[in-house]
Design a protein around this ligand. Sequence first.
Ligand code: FES
Ligand SMILES: [Fe+2]
Length: 437
Amino acid sequence: MDFQHYIDFEKGLVDRRIFSDPEIYGLEMERIFARAWNFVVHESQIPKTGDYFMSWIGADQVIAVRNKQGGVSVLLNSCRHRGAAVCRAEQGNTKTFVCPYHGWSYGLEGELAGVPGLRDFYRSDLDQKALALGRAAQVASYKGFVFATMDPEAIPLEDYLGDVGRTGLSMIAEKGDMVVMDGIQKNVIGCNWKIAVDNLYDWYHPPFSHKSAVLSRFSPVFDDSDKVFKPMQQMVLLGEYGHGIGGPMWTEEELEAARSAGALVEPALAQRLSPRVEDAMGPAGRRSNGHPNIFPNLWITLNGLQMCLRVPRGPRRTEFWWFTFIDRDAPEEVRNLYVKVASHLFGPAGMLEQDDGENWELASRGTVGPAIRRYPLHYGMGSGHDEVIETGGQARIETRINEHGQRWTYQAWADWMSARSWSELEANHTPAPRGTI
Ligand code: FES
Ligand SMILES: [Fe+2]
């Protein structure tokens, strides 16, 4: 099936049906989520043997557990007997996962370790080896971020991430010995997951949508939001398979000035001056202070403070999981500040997320009616007006507020949805744009 006709990359038009059609949603679970590398847990969340964290890969619930070899097993949370969930806590530590229905128990590698009545009822006639929990086809870790894919054919994680995905994750990883703070904030918004994803590239809405948050003066960021959000000084990096980074940037001149200013520089910029960061993020990537998205659904917020996983739970239902990162050795007052910021900006009580959530819900509802579906959504801002710069580091666009990241997301979406296998996706996906965009 050809999904390219749902989008028009050049004009920036996207068919509204893709945001609410249940059949398309079902196919996304297979062709995007069951195929992509999905973030499942950060290493710091499960340091000890038996530590586990419950996660989702599209429609499949998985348990990421630290196994006896020190690796991470990613197991499907469904008993091989009659399908009940073998784990019902969101995180914890265990020796075995015991199914609540008939009591089958599974070890940390998913092996079926115990069966009540094995001798008396099954008469010792049960192939236990063949009845291990289902598991991810591949699991791999990049700088502490553990990803899993259900597709044995998927290309290696580092190739999948490419330069743009790796630069995005480095925005968190290169800040220090980063760990996830306990307490993942979770809430549900009545929107399609993609509406939330495309918003992360949207630097057009903050002055309008988030005006009341700005007026509250809660964060110093809001005191001079133009200086932080830089509407006329934006950088976009687009990577294969749909990854991207978009948002404010520092110029080479600003970087040079920061070097000579030393300690007086804002902390976010100061972190980008080290040679180690240049190696990890590249000469252009380290000038980006934008928002990365690791395709399909992992958003890293400004300055790599937090990460949000947009877990699809239905065509118009998405769970938002907020992970807050902090340096392992951060002093108590810094920790407290992070908790305050994390609970007041994003998450269920977040000023920004309440504004965004309302918009995303309204926008998703606006894709349902048969008449309104005749009018595609518009993502055309800046199309045809910018050039991809290839000199001096990574290919990038340096421009003003734009919708390149959003259009790229939907181009990648169409590529993923049209391909019937990983090898087809690898052969046919759209290469990262060059020239005029
Ligand atoms: S369903 Fe799990 S033991 Fe029967
Ligand atoms: Fe927003």
